[in-house]
Ligand binder design. Sequence first.
Ligand code: MSK
Length: 630
Amino acid sequence: MGDFKLTTVEEMEAATNRLLETGAKVGADAWQIRVKNQTPHCKFGEQGICCRICAMGPCRITPKAPRGICGCDAHGIVGRNYLKFTAGGAATHSDHGREICHTLYAADPNGAYKVKDPEKLIRIAKEWGVETEGKDIYDLAHEMAELALMEYGKPFGVQRWLKRAPEHTQKLWHDAEIEPRAIDREVAASLHMTHMGCSSKPEALVRQSLRAGLADGWGGSMCGTEFSDVLFGTPKPIDTEANLGVMNAENVNIVVHGHDPSLSEMVCEYADDPEMIAYAKSMGAKGITVSGVCCTSNEVAMRRGIPMAGNFLQQENVVLTGACEAIVVDVQCIFPALGPLSKCFHTKFITTSPIAQMPDSDYIRFDVGTAAEKAKQIVMTACENFKNRKPDLVYIPDMKQKATVGYSLEALVKVLDGVTNSQVDVTGTTKPLLECVTSGVIRGAVAMVGCNNPKIRPDYAHIEMMKKLIANDIVVVASGCSAQAAAKAGLMDKSAKDLCGAGLKRVCELADIPPVLHMGSCVDISRMMILVSELAKDSGLKISQLPVVGCAPEWMSEKAVSIGNYVVATGIDTFLGVDPYVSGSSEMGEWLTNGVRDWVEAAYTVETDIDKLCDLMIERIEEKRTAIGI
Ligand code: MSK
């Protein structure tokens, strides 16, 4: 195994504890403290049986009060809360996708945003029946952006992207009446259904939850992923590094955090500019290091090799290093705590989006029209802040791992081309991967996604489950903070092949890939949906028959529930390590873990014992193999 060694969760915790000591010196608050202050959590909230959708309450369900004032029972209240949660997630991902479409609409050969992958744009245009012949690529970009934006509010018809799914899946969606129509319509319809005096029937609420989820995964998120690729390039394997040790004590450190790559791409562009590097040097630094947190980090890591400082529950740690000149955020998953925390250090907390405005931040409003100028202003502000560092507070844990990231579907198909004994030409298809699976060299695949949640020891579930899966010859595709957990531990280093079973190890060697494949950010779970669709079409199987499952062991956000719903609705059994506030309703539990199977051939499993959760996934994969006789 050479010198390769995984970074353990214990080592990461020790580094965090050392950083918290710095925090204590300057009187900083921390999520670890706030969790204690918030514990125990409200039992009604935990079970989903608290209702405050009108002003007659709030109502809570107890044995003595089994109905709210309007007469709604626990099942209706839990169901409405679940659908509202989903709608929040679907709206958030989809609005991110909408912003990307607006950026595409502003693409200009002489402007800040260019079309970096014209072939992909043409491919999508053909898929959508748009004439491409003889058309200027920027005219085509604007036409496609407008068409995509229409998907958000068109009065008739269903999402264009649904046609990418196998016919069988499309039929299931049609028959179950869960085909998503306009993206905004599904979000609005969800909020309409959950208004006082509308739906309280669990079946109807679950059905709409799947539909709103599909509007995200097969609508807004797919727009976000596909048009980000057109604008910023389709990811290809690229080397990078992960964990706090990527920050450099001698450089100006800029940390980008959030989700929308429109901002971070520009910040990276300027941080590389010789004029800006000279400016940093004039301030006493040796250079500029940009690193990332959360999905913004995933976006710039897989396109530019920008290192990943950490994931969701590590966002405060980057400030606690005392070496962060600016933490620049766009939208989603940003702790408001970063404002007061930054005030304990010299760090500038720079908010940039009207969608995510927070106290104690410097607001530098970013928009596509002024992107270049604002990005330059941000980089200069960070450089100027270098001199305000307090050297006695600087401590960067010496902890980082190598990672190879950027396995878009296009890249994955390409790298796996070599891994086949097939006599027929399977180039450009998923058939080599299918051969590995049918022959048993790889037993199956797990899509590991989602956040961290203080309810689970941070990163422990992601890392331990991945280790067990790859040891059992199950390949892992990861996105979001799960991908970063893997990268921080070293599971995206190609040397991690030595932790695999013999079959997966051989595939990793032949294809020269790590056993845990970085597929991108949260919106990029849409890439996984296309992957399973292609596997189903190439194999002639239904998606639900493939030995593939989804897992979000440490999830926390509304977006994760929306994701879970579209993954299940696509036919993939999905395993959660945190309960989505439904334990207060046996009927909702039954619908989500069993009833939906009649509509979409898949369902949820919720298990908070992480070892058991992993074993259940492996069992499920093996059951699926047996069922199709492989
Ligand atoms: S960033 S949604 S904490 S994965 Fe996409 Fe991470 Fe979850 Fe945010």
